[in-house]
Write a protein that binds this ligand. Structure first.
Ligand code: NDP
Length: 295
């Protein structure tokens, strides 16, 4: 991990908004940071701050014992690392892949790494670029525990909290998928809500304080739902599915009366109606998680 200068060394492949944030945090932490990006020129600001910009990915990975990869998806990762020159340079070194993709792609990447003598950790970043290097950043990791422990000091230079979720390499990506499921469904709901509100003459600014209030009521509901989902006992005491179905139908009707597509809400309403049809109308909404897994 130590370079001839005595500093820890790290390489970052991929200088999109997130890759640049990661490299910037490494620099701020005093690590000798080598950077490379497919499209040249994205390293300008980092080089001005002390990063070493190189022309090829093979040169970049040869500069450090650990390489952090953060590009758009694993197709892009493969395009970069599965070339003979790069694979050769990576042999015996560690890749920490913080690119988002599916658990299966993470398993595929680990299998490739094992075949090529590359030490491999997978991970995901759960917070925006602005959090990187601050206590608010959240990173999750999976893969060999000893490898994680060895590289933890470098990873901690990125700030925030780092959680090793287990040795099964697909686990970080699996958490990422589940968490992004929450995020994107919520964002789709928010975008839809803004369209419906606008059609009713309400601006996004007017709605915002109340929208944030909806966000605030979710954490305790998530806690309660976790208990229910793991125990298989769903209390609909405060808000049974029958009531949820009625509320969702109002949203569908109002949207469609304004000519606004209500596909996302129709899907949620359909799931809730199926739960009622199976005799679960008095249960809480999270009962549908069980039914979703069944044909
Ligand atoms: P992008 O997801 O847009 O990724 C941009 C990077 O991918 C650039 O370095 C780009 O290179 C590279 N890239 C794209 N296609 C290829 C290819 N075929 N071959 C080589 N390189 C390629 O932006 P981000 O930097 O924001 O995201 C990187 C990763 O971080 C993603 O997996 C994302 O999901 C994750 N992430 C991002 C967050 C954010 O807030 N931005 C938050 C949490 C996770 P080039 O410049 O040459 O196009």
């Amino acid at each position: 991990m130590s370079s001839h200068t005595g500093q820890s060394a790290v390489t970052v492949l991929g200088l999109g908004p997130m890759g640049r944030a990661l490299a910037g945090a490494f620099l701020d932490a005093g690590l000798r940071t080598t950077v490379w990006n497919r499209t040249p020129g994205r390293d300008r600001e980092l080089v001005a701050r002390g990063a070493v910009g190189v022309r090829s990915a093979e040169e970049a990975v040869a500069a450090s014992s650990v390489t952090v990869v953060c590009v758009v998806n694993y197709d892009a990762v493969d395009t970069i690392v599965r070339r003979e020159a790069v694979a050769g340079a990576l042999k015996g070194r560690t890749v920490v892949n913080l690119t988002a993709d599916t658990p299966d792609r993470a398993r595929g990447a680990a299998a490739w790494a094992a075949e090529h003598g590359v030490r491999y950790l997978d991970g995901a970043i759960m917070t925006p670029t602005t959090t990187i290097g601050t206590p608010a950043a959240v990173f999750i990791h999976s893969g060999p525990e000893d490898l994680y422990r060895e590289h933890r000091p470098v990873l901690e230079a990125l700030g925030g909290t780092h959680t090793h979720l287990g040795e099964e390499i697909g686990r970080a990506a699996a958490y990422d998928i589940a968490l992004l499921d929450i995020f994107w469904t919520a964002m789709a709901g928010y975008a839809h809500a803004l369209a419906v509100a606008r059609a009713e003459g309400i601006t996004a600014r007017e709605l915002a304080p109340f929208a944030k209030g909806i966000g605030d009521i979710l954490p305790p509901i998530f806690e309660e739902a976790a208990e229910e989902a793991d125990s298989g006992s769903y209390s609909g005491e405060g808000n049974p599915i029958t009531s949820a179905v009625s509320s969702m139908a109002h949203i569908v009707h109002t949207s469609e009366a304004h000519g606004i597509d209500a596909g996302v809400m129709r899907a949620a309403e359909g799931m809730a109606r199926r739960a009622v049809g199976r005799g679960h109308g008095a249960d809480g909404f999270i009962r549908i998680a069980e039914l979703l897994g069944r044909r």
